[in-house]
Write a protein that binds this ligand. Structure first.
Ligand SMILES: Cc1ncc(C[n+]2csc(CCOP(=O)(O)OP(=O)(O)O)c2C)c(N)n1
Ligand code: SF4
Length: 275
């Protein structure tokens, strides 16, 4: 079989992003289109699904099939699509507010169900689109006019929660490191089952302090593991700025684990419920 060499530009739409200049999401978009080009599948075989937020604008900026859905519900749409069309490469995109607050319960169950898709969360530890409220990953002492003295709340730990809930591939990257993001996203797509990639993506407008992330991130000093407990221990003791693939498991994706010959034609079922 001849694999056609693709270019990242073939995966970029002609819509100009309206993100603030310097927003980390530009780099995430670049990494996604490069990863898709490296994958070698044409845009019409890829679907990019999102919820609501600055980060969730990504589907409009790609040239693949896309769906910009309801706040916090990207995973429900993505899982449904993948189950109905297992031939497609399905990606879900989110922000930390979209994915871990209103979409938090969907996150747990997407990890548990292990449908073969890739979930990229652009984590800026803030609600960017709604002007800078604290999100589930915001530090407890982040002191602003909107949260005087900080929220005092323990931040959500997405990587550990993903591991504990059964995600099959867990990684953290920094948006500014396009090469590493591209490679990790590609590997996440290629890995069977539910793959989760947290990308630290600065909101330069409402959290200018995050411009410092480029000096704080570093590659994980330990190699990836296939033992979730070991991966969780490492993640819990790191400084939150460790990047790279942390866990790669062997769970069979949802469809591979059901018995052969299961009736996949839903028409008889739909008919039974007709009123
Ligand atoms: C049901 C519902 N509740 C609230 C909102 C308002 N809203 C829009 S985007 C957003 C938060 C987005 O934050 P995040 O997911 O962190 O993305 P970012 O904008 O930072 O990329 C909220 C609360 C909404 N659109 N729908
Ligand atoms: S508000 Fe923040 S997250 Fe939204 S586009 Fe601007 S910099 Fe990016």
């Amino acid at each position: 079989m001849t694999v056609t060499k693709m270019k990242a530009s073939q995966f970029t739409s002609d819509i100009t992003p309206i993100w603030c200049p310097g927003c980390g999401d530009f780099h995430v978009l670049m990494s996604i289109t490069k990863a898709l080009a490296n994958l070698g599948r044409p845009p019409e075989e890829i679907a990019v699904i999102s919820g609501i937020g600055c980060s969730s604008r990504i589907p409009a900026y790609t040239n693949c099939y896309g769906f910009h859905g309801v706040h916090g519900r990207s995973l429900a749409v993505a899982a449904g699509l993948k189950v109905a069309r297992p031939d497609l490469t399905v990606m879900a995109m989110s922000g930390d507010g979209d994915g871990f607050s209103i979409g938090g319960n969907h996150f747990l169950h997407a990890c548990r169900r292990n449908v073969d898709m890739t979930y990229v969360v652009m984590d800026n530890r803030i609600y960017g689109m709604t002007k800078g409220q604290p999100s589930p990953t915001t530090e407890p002492d982040w002191d602003t006019a909107l949260s005087p003295g900080g929220t005092g709340l323990s931040p959500f730990h997405p990587l550990v929660i993903a591991l504990a809930s059964g995600a099959n591939f867990v990684a953290r990257e920094f948006s500014g490191n396009i090469k590493a993001c591209t490679e990790t996203i590609k590997q996440a797509i290629e890995h069977p089952g539910f793959s989760f990639v947290q990308i630290l993506s600065p909101c330069v407008t409402f959290r200018p302090d995050e411009k410092e992330w480029k000096n704080q991130v570093h590659e994980a000093s330990v190699p990836e593991t296939d033992d979730p407990a070991r991966a969780a221990r490492r993640i819990m003791t790191d400084d939150g700025m460790n990047t790279g693939i942390l866990y790669r498991g062997h769970r069979k994706p949802y469809f591979a684990s059901v018995k052969d010959g299961v009736e996949r034609d839903l028409r008889p079922l739909e008919k039974a419920f007709e009123i």
